[in-house]
Design a binder for this molecule. Sequence first.
Ligand code: ADP
Ligand code: MG
Length: 238
Amino acid sequence: MSDTYAVNLDDVSKSFGAFKALNGVTLRVRQGEIYGLLGPNGAGKTTLIRLICGLLEAQAGKVTVLGQKMPNVSVLRHIGYMTQQAALYPAISVEENVSFFAAINGAEEGVREALELVQLWDRRGSVVATLSGGMRQRCSLACALVHKPELLLLDEPTVGIDPQLRVQFWDYFRRLAAAGTTLVVSSHVMDEADRCQRLGLIQYGRLLAEGSPADIRAQGGSRNLEDAFLALAGSKGS
Ligand SMILES: Nc1ncnc2c1ncn2[C@@H]1O[C@H](COP(=O)(O)OP(=O)(O)O)[C@@H](O)[C@H]1O
Ligand SMILES: [Mg+2]
């Protein structure tokens, strides 16, 4: 079988000073898969995502993304990264922000589609500083996917998003995955976890368990994903 992993982390560790934020994580995400990274605050989710896109470098282990060892600048244009705190230019408009991210990736023609998807086309002229938190989140998503990346990294993308739009986001994520885009989505919200094809549970920088939502329920001995997670965290956490 050919290696079709979009993301391949092999025994990866990352420390900040003496603090080990990730400790021997091995994780693989197949092309076209929606992989959910679940874990409490401080578990290491954002650190893992930053290693995947090459903003951080692992001290030990190997990170391979779209067939290239990371960090690798040439892979960046194939990755979309929605950061946990919206990284937008506050003094310019919604459309100017999305156009900027489109331009640096050579994808100017995708701006309208991205803005319509997040329902900000009508607000395209608004200066970002005047937007609500949820609108900024939506603008940030538009910036991450305007260039139609092969790999989309979404760090808690639906925080501050109302339930209706959240459903629409997930419909769109599923359509992207069906068309071959790989998605890694971090969350601490369990009802979102159920929308992923596969989950990795992280705590204290370690991968505690991995599998489909059904697998995780079985491993944790509960029909409720939250209880299953707590059971797994309690039995393996330190
Ligand atoms: N640049 C950094 N310098 C020092 N500590 C950091 C840095 N980035 C993350 N950490 C620490 O690493 C741990 C994991 O953080 P993070 O990956 O942001 O967790 P999560 O996204 O799961 O909430 C936390 O204890 C955090 O304080
Ligand atoms: Mg985080």
